[in-house]
Design a protein around this ligand. Structure first.
Ligand SMILES: [Zn+2]
Ligand SMILES: [Zn+2]
Length: 150
């Protein structure tokens, strides 16, 4: 989980003003491990600060991505691109039913591509996504499979 002060410092060093709105967005992000979308962050931020605007949330997220303080994941939910505050190498577990997205810190030692397999690409990083049903969705399926005793 990133230190919110480090993210604030990143914006400040690039000449951005740190308004209370931006500070609130960063606090929310730094404590969120669910890979939220901009809309998720906006909904939560607006609940805390009624004068929060969507534009402030979207701009702050884009600036953090450009400055390397936040990563756009390649997973989407209904409300858009999901953001990752975990900048270290890690992999993902995703629930195909409720789209819960969890970090895995397992180190797969032998993941490399041969030059031919890489098709001339210069590889920067890799990330593996495991697809499955989360424990909550498994419970729900079980409940639906067993008819209730009435
Ligand atoms: Zn699920
Ligand atoms: Zn992640």
């Amino acid at each position: 989980m990133p230190d919110p002060e480090a993210l604030i410092e990143l914006l400040r060093q690039s000449g951005r003003k740190i308004t209370p709105q931006r500070r609130a967005i960063i606090e929310l992000l730094a404590h969120d491990t669910t890979h939220p979308t901009a809309e998720d962050i906006y909904q939560r931020a607006a609940a805390m600060m009624p004068d929060m605007s969507r534009a402030t949330v979207y701009n702050t997220l884009h600036e953090l991505v450009a400055l390397g303080g936040l990563i756009e994941t390649h997973e989407f939910s209904e409300s858009g691109i999901r953001y990752d505050t975990n900048l270290g190498p890690h992999h993902h577990l995703i629930c195909t039913h409720c789209h819960a997205l969890v970090d895995i810190s397992h180190n797969f030692a032998e993941i490399t591509l041969s030059l031919r397999e890489a098709s001339g690409y210069q590889i920067m990083r890799h990330q593996i996504t495991f697809y499955g049903l989360c424990p909550t969705c498994q419970e729900r399926e079980k409940e639906q499979a067993t008819p209730a005793n009435t």
